[in-house]
Design a protein around this ligand. Structure first.
Ligand code: ADA
Length: 559
């Protein structure tokens, strides 16, 4: 996993990023494919999205990637993928070893034993919308790119290895935290354990290990600097267990809610920022480092302290950078207006749950993540959907009781699940999908009044989407819809209204940071000039529109 620090120093890790052999196979059934018959007649970047490249732009179907990998340490091998869209089957020397569905989360594929030499890795990747990838749907408002979109690595594991490492803050003021190490071992074994914090050994002991288990140790480091957006202090924990090791960066901090506000270390913080899609005309869902840095620099330049990762888990490197820059993140599972029938379908829910588990496993140590979210704009107004909300929000609480949970509702007035969320998050488009500019303050008041009247007033309220389309460069003397001026006026009205009442509005995520390609579905295209959702204050190449300057002035002046 591409991170801002070295995760393993003892464990042998090979980065598989580079140019792989490639074949686009088209509309065929993966089960009918004989790997030996594939003609790898092209090459493809990993990480990368094949349907964002000129040769395969917009094509859907099965593709095959191949790489010859040197195995230098015999024994257990682990292939670690950070995200493959939308479905894949991984083969090691011709044998299938793992299937995975859902593109925005990490997974791995293990080979229990490999001899030293060269292994042939083939990954069948399917970017079609269909039953193999139950989380993806055609009518989402974004284009689903396909491919090995995020990083890939080969790990050679020793006979006892660390499976996961979690650090949680117990008391930010006392500097108390717990380190939880999940391990596996081919056989029961005795192994030395060492836990280091910022280069200082906190414990060194010898342990008797079973074939799998969890080691938990709590430490107090008096005077340890807490993490906050104003002072994003980070610490490193390094765990060495036998011949294996793992390190993680974390921040000591507590997130809570009180009196209608989100709190960081007990202090209320108004969350101000944008929704962010991971999409680029040339790279698809792949996020090259300069692009991530660009986004972070513009987010900071705007005076934001908040990003909603719409509508799926964001790139691990983006989260690392948010940790460092002190940007708070709402991390949500993939979702977009799923119909109620899907939310009642046990297979779909099982897939959502697996995906949610993967999101939390990969991202729980990031101090920047202040909120977990699920199911953007799904039918939370329909009692038939409530069990799905109960189950997924409940699962989040079970996996991580330390963070508030939320979901963006499309219809707050009829919502029947608000009691299940710690933070009420409302998507609304006054002045765009309904009413004119004067509707903006009216609707924002109406929402806050409604929540107060219906007994949800004590919960923080985040306006999780609001915005207007603007065709880059478009002006007209009427300042009509799609002009940069209209977008700027609408966002100005929104920001002024919210900034004046921090006790009523705990946060704002403007829709949208940067423009992105939408789905190829006709219903959506007819509402999206250039096939682009253009409610960004940046265009898809990150060039600022007029609203950028407007919001920058308002956000930066707020203190
Ligand atoms: C919804 C949705 C977004 C986007 C937006 C829009 O609120 O959550 O993903 O589709 O509308 O641009 O209309």
């Amino acid at each position: 996993m591409a991170r801002r620090f070295t995760v393993h120093e003892r464990r042998a890790v090979r980065d598989l990023a580079g140019v792989w052999e490639f074949a686009f196979l088209g509309d065929v059934d993966p089960d009918s494919i004989d790997l030996g018959d594939i003609d790898f007649d092209a090459i493809m970047a990993v990480p990368g999205c094949f349907d964002a490249t000129p040769d395969h732009a917009g094509r859907r179907g099965l593709a095959a990637y191949r790489l010859r990998v040197p195995v230098t340490r015999p024994g257990r091998q682990r292939l670690a993928f950070d995200g493959v869209h939308h479905w894949c089957r991984v083969h090691w020397d011709g044998a299938p070893i793992r299937e995975h569905a859902g593109g925005f989360t990490a997974f791995h594929a293990d080979v229990p034993h490999a001899e030293a030499g060269t292994a042939v890795l083939v990954v069948l990747v399917d970017n079609r919308i269909g039953p193999r990838s139950p989380l993806h749907m055609e009518h989402f408002d974004w284009y689903h790119f396909g491919g090995i979109a995020r990083g890939a690595e080969l790990h050679s594991l020793p006979s006892t290895w660390i499976e996961g490492l979690r650090v949680t803050t117990d008391d930010v003021h006392e500097g108390r935290f717990t380190v939880r190490v999940d391990y596996r071992s081919d056989e029961p074994a005795t192994a030395p354990l060492e836990i280091e914090y910022d280069g200082r050994v906190l414990t060194a002991e010898t342990l008797r290990l079973d074939t799998s288990g969890r080691i938990e140790r709590t430490f107090t480091v008096p005077g340890a600097r807490p993490w906050s957006p104003a002072d994003p202090a980070l610490h490193t924990v390094a765990v060495r267990l036998g011949e294996d090791d793992m390190r993680e960066r974390f921040g000591l901090r507590e997130i809570g809610t009180a009196n209608g506000r989100v709190t960081v270390n007990g202090e209320p913080l108004t969350l101000l920022g944008f929704n962010r899609h991971e999409s680029h005309p040339q790279f698809g869902h792949t996020q090259p480092l300069p692009l991530l840095l660009n986004d972070l620099q513009q987010i900071r330049d705007l005076g934001c302290n908040f990003v909603r990762g719409s509508h799926y888990p964001q790139d691990p490197m983006f989260l690392d950078l948010c940790d460092e820059y002190g940007v708070c993140v709402w991390s949500e599972t993939i979702g977009w207006q799923y119909p109620v029938a899907l939310l009642q379908d046990p297979d779909f829910l099982a897939a959502q749950r697996d995906h949610l588990d993967e999101m939390v496993a990969a991202a729980a140590n990031h101090p920047s993540i202040v909120l977990w979210g699920i199911l953007n704009e799904c039918p939370s107004y329909d009692p038939a959907a409530r069990p799905a909300y109960e189950s997924l929000l409940g699962r989040l609480k079970e996996l991580d009781p330390s963070r508030p949970v939320t979901y963006a509702t499309l219809n707050v007035y009829d919502d029947v699940c608000l009691d299940l969320a710690d933070v009420v998050s409302v998507n609304t488009y006054p002045g765009w999908y309904f009413g004119g500019l004067d509707e903006v303050p009216r609707e924002l008041d109406r929402i806050a009044d409604h929540l107060e009247r219906t007994g949800h007033g004590a919960k923080p309220l985040i306006i999780s989407e609001i915005g207007a389309g603007a065709v880059p460069g478009w002006t007209d003397p009427h300042n009509g819809m799609w002009t940069e001026q209209y977008q700027s006026d609408l966002l100005e009205a929104t920001a002024r209204h919210l900034l004046a009442a921090p006790d009523r509005y705990a946060g704002l995520a403007i829709w949208l940071l940067a423009d992105f390609r939408t789905t190829a579905h006709k219903d959506m295209l007819l509402k999206r000039p250039r096939s682009i959702n253009d409610k960004g204050i940046l265009d898809e190449y990150r060039r600022p529109k007029q609203a950028y300057r407007t919001i920058r002035a308002l956000f930066r002046d707020r203190s």
